[in-house]
Design a protein around this ligand. Sequence first.
Ligand code: SAM
Length: 252
Amino acid sequence: MRDEPCRTIGFAGPAQHPAAQALARQLGLTLRVEPAAAELLLWVHAGGLELRRGTAAVRCDFTVPQLAQRLARGRHDLLRALGARGGERLRVTDATAGLGIDAITLAHHGHRVVALERCRITAALLADGLLRARQGPPAIAAAAGRIRLHCREADGYLHSLPTAPDVIYLDPMYGEDRSRAQPRLAMQLLRALTAGEAAPAEAPGRLLTAALARAGRRVVVKRPLRAPALPGPRPHGAIRGRTTRYDIYGIG
Ligand SMILES: C[S@@+](CC[C@H](N)C(=O)[O-])C[C@H]1O[C@@H](n2cnc3c(N)ncnc32)[C@H](O)[C@@H]1O
């Protein structure tokens, strides 16, 4: 597993101490009673888990109204890109789950999602969001129940899959144009998690190759609208939105 520059966990009060202690052990973080404000750290409070630095914070919360509005939209470009035929429920592997907005969108529309996230801290935030979503309003609880999260590097996991998922979905990079999905400071925190980790330039292309070798029907790749396709074979089609493009690679 990769090293992130978040090495500390703090907690809001005595009630959160056991949870913070357990996470510190699980994630190999240092538990501090009074962490420095400027530090990038995980923070356990009554509402759940968040990543914070100073006044900026990011958490995974599937119960916010903006998400409910997104989920209510039946004709989301991501859903069109999947190519499900007439109410079909697909098995989708979201190989770059992040904070799970796309995964919950897919699951809310009935698809079964295996979510892979290689960054331990991001995966912990997502696990916390899913846990709370399962205790939330029925529709969101049902969607969260259709997501299985693994903290794994996708390339290796995809190679070892015994059966092919119908669709493998990739959204490998937090780009500059994504600031609407999360407040700007929150995006900076998420990027800070992987700062200093020299992601090899060929990594997204390698991930695409692994996905193309394992998907049953298609691979869908999310890209900024005007960005080039990932290195590798040319997509067979694309769905274009206002700021985002979904490149589609058919199999066979
Ligand atoms: C742009 S974010 C994904 C956002 C996500 N689609 C959402 O809706 O929240 C990309 C995430 O993919 C993860 N990632 C990138 N390459 C990966 C790989 N090879 N295996 C697993 N996770 C990966 C990164 O750690 C990051 O959290």
